[in-house]
Design a protein around this ligand. Structure first.
Ligand code: SAM
Length: 321
């Protein structure tokens, strides 16, 4: 299939995100020595962008850590992580470095063009390749047999269209394992009908799961309109925002999709109330920062929406409180 113009632009948002993450890593906001392999042209971002990416990284990592701790306490099955629109996300490598072992079973879904580039980079770089075995991580471009069904199901769900027959029937053990689904700046680029289908597919496929969705909100005030038009100019309209893109609408999308519990908070709130104070104090000393008004405005226009299914009673502790 040849790429539609907008598909290519949306894939470009991955390169952009990784440049920002590398800028953060270089400035000392968080440790990521793997991202360099995925960035062709590094660029230094402003303190405002760096701090924004830091807060996104820190909040999502804290949720993932809570999930892994909860899953470890069940001790029954290896946890698994499904990353929708993963792009060149390096979380798995970072945790592998910290723990010295595979932190979880990982399945990443993205456009074929993106996963192929990622797989090629991993194959070429020993620092990445040596961390990996075929049973610990799969991309849709190179899924080993055991994960192929799930990959096909997830890939089809990530882009429902008439020519793709969804195949969402992963083996029973895969379905019941503690599962963390990460969707970081992905669903907003899809048609609302399609993003709702992904949210609902995930809810009905995984009875013991958490879904963390990081994305834009409040596109209708002055700042939000600017944010939307900047992305439109780059060929990436925010198609997938819920009808009234508020925190309540994010929760409603999750609950309507079949998740048993939902919560959503904006990043300004999460920065104040959820991130670790000590680490915040450390990063706030890294760069001169005087754009406080803009900082709060940006942070109010991003959120994390969290959905949870907890049939086995394993995951109740995975939340913002
Ligand atoms: N999640 C990564 C991160 O935060 O570093 C990448 C985010 S990037 C902004 C969005 C990613 O979603 C891109 O890699 C893009 O190719 C992928 N994506 C968008 N729409 C998609 C779709 N319908 N199916 C699969 N992947 C998609």
């Amino acid at each position: 299939r040849s790429l539609e113009g907008s598909d290519a632009s949306v894939q470009g948002t991955n390169d952009d995100a990784q440049i920002s993450k590398m800028s953060c890593a270089k400035a000392g906001y968080f440790k990521d020595e793997f991202i360099q392999y995925f960035v062709r042209r590094a660029s230094r971002r402003s303190p405002l962008i760096n701090r924004g990416y830091y807060s996104r990284h820190a909040a999502l990592r804290q949720l993932l850590n809570r999930f892994l701790a909860a899953a470890a306490a069940t001790a029954s099955q290896q946890p698994q992580v499904l990353v929708l629109g993963a792009g060149f996300d390096t979380t798995w490598f970072q945790l592998h470095r910290d723990l010295g072992r595979a932190p979880y079973k990982c399945l990443e879904v993205d456009f074929k063009e993106v996963t192929q580039r990622k797989a090629a980079t991993i194959a070429k770089e020993p620092a990445l390749r040596n961390a990996l075995t075929t049973t610990t991580m799969a991309t849709t471009a190179a899924a080993p047999a055991a994960a192929a069904d799930a990959a096909a199901g997830a890939a089809a769900a990530a882009r429902p269209c008439p020519s793709v027959t969804p195949h969402p029937h992963p083996p029973h053990t895969f379905r019941r394992s503690p599962t963390y689904i990460l969707s970081e700046c992905v669903l907003v680029y899809m048609e609302p009908l399609h993003s709702a289908a992904v949210v609902s597919w995930a809810a009905h496929t995984f009875p013991n799961a958490v879904i963390a969705i990081y994305e834009q909100i409040r596109p209708d005030d002055a700042f939000g309109r600017q944010m939307v038009s900047n992305l439109e100019m780059r060929g990436c309209p925010l198609r997938g925002l819920p009808a009234t893109p508020s925190l309540a609408a994010h929760c409603a999308r999750l609950m309507d999709g079949g998740w048993a519990w939902a919560d959503a908070r904006d990043m300004d709130t999460l920065y104040r109330t959820f991130l670790e104070s000590q680490d915040k104090a450390r990063v706030e000393r890294l760069e001169i920062f005087d754009e406080l008004e803009e900082w709060h405005m940006i942070q109010e226009h991003y959120c994390i929406a969290l959905g949870r299914n907890d049939v086995s009673g394993w995951l109740g502790s995975v939340g913002f409180d």
